[in-house]
Design a protein around this ligand. Structure first.
Ligand SMILES: O=C(O)CCC(=O)C(=O)O
Ligand SMILES: [Fe+2]
Length: 347
């Protein structure tokens, strides 16, 4: 098959709509008033010091904070994660420089039909779908032999090295967090890591949200919970946009530029038998300025069974979730039908 035939029918990147000054296309508009509301209360997401979670210097107070954050909000701001502020800025800068490249250059990394990997925007799954106001670059990082380098930008020049370096460091962060999560529940340190398996997946999603003429009608990302075990998000340094839902109300997340925002995904909710919550979140757009973010999804090995850890299931806390395999596949089927994927795992 000719290379061009494999590509999806040409559709403008959101960035192009803005550059060309197009009218806001209908398919981005949320009818029924469920577009973005920018003016929602700010919530102080708990801040957890990762240096105090590592095995040598575990602080009971910090473990308690972690447990409470993950069972109420389902997320926390991680500080002391071992990366300098300068390095995080380099990651942000590489992201920004990629999206600043001419469209023709970015298109070399375009995703193909029915494939999520590469540069592009929402996959069209149904005609009724309302599209997200965002362009993305989606890359598998681990296991290393699954990397598809044809999608990895060669410009900016240091992009690949920075991503490699960043995700090696996030591997360590993941280990500290998963062990801390286990310890905070009085479980064996490795119980979540064992479920992750030796060939766990790490995928990186670089998000670019152009300025939007009608933030009240459009969303950067529709409400969703992540299908990961945990997600590690590097937020834009200056521009807010992320909101979490709690008790049917939306709250905006403040920016702490040196922190990583870590949230529970559906698979950690399942493994913790519902103690940790996989929060519903969304992104609103902004008429004044663009926004970038980088979400890294840390996902248990596909094909390996995950389920509530034995130590959490007993007579007074019955098992709430089934054992599951290949949750990410189920995730997309459910998401496509507008349902919450975690419902597939509920008993
Ligand atoms: O851009 C953000 O702040 C969050 C993005 C997000 O939720 C995702 O990529 O799953
Ligand atoms: Fe998300």
């Amino acid at each position: 098959m000719a290379e061009s035939a494999k590509k999806e029918l040409p559709r403008k990147a959101v960035q192009e709509l803005v550059i060309d000054g197009d009218q806001l296309p209908e398919k981005y508009i949320h009818k029924g008033g469920d577009g973005g509301v920018l003016d929602v209360p700010l919530v102080q997401i708990p801040v957890v010091d990762l240096a105090l979670l590592s095995s040598f210097s575990t602080s009971t107070e910090e473990l308690q904070k972690l447990r409470s954050a993950l069972s109420s909000w389902g997320c926390f701001q991680a500080i002391n994660h071992g990366m300098t502020h300068t390095f995080l800025d380099e990651v942000r800068e590489a992201t920004k420089q990629f999206f600043d490249l001419p469209m023709a250059v970015k298109r070399k990394y375009s995703r193909e039909v029915d494939d999520i990997e590469g540069y592009g925007n929402d996959m069209i799954l149904s005609q009724q779908q309302t599209l997200d106001w965002t362009d993305r670059l989606y890359l598998t990082v681990n296991p290393q032999d699954q990397r598809r380098l044809k999608f990895w930008p060669e410009s900016p020049e240091d992009f690949r090295d920075i991503l490699d370096d960043y995700t090696i460091k996030l591997g360590k962060v993941t280990e500290v967090v998963l062990k801390g999560m286990a310890r905070s529940l009085n479980l064996e340190d490795d119980c979540f890591l064992e479920q992750y398996g030796k060939r766990s997946t790490m995928t990186a999603r670089f998000n670019y949200y152009p300025k939007c003429p009608r933030p009240d009608l459009v969303l950067g990302v529709k409400p969703h919970a992540d299908g990961s075990g945990i997600t590690i998000l590097l937020q834009d340094k200056e521009v807010e946009g992320l909101q979490f839902q709690k008790d049917n109300q939306w709250f905006k997340v403040p920016i702490i530029s040196e922190a990583l925002l870590i949230n529970v995904g559906d698979q950690a909710e399942i493994m913790s038998n519902g103690i940790f919550k996989s929060p519903v979140h969304r992104v609103v757009t902004n008429s004044e300025t663009e926004r970038i973010s980088l979400a890294v999804f840390c996902i248990p090995e596909p094909g390996k069974e995950i389920g509530p850890v034995d130590g959490l299931v007993n007579e007074s806390s019955p098992r709430l979730y089934k054992k599951m395999k290949n949750f990410v596949d189920i995730y997309f089927q459910y998401y496509q039908q507008g349902k919450r994927p975690i419902d597939a795992a509920k008993i």
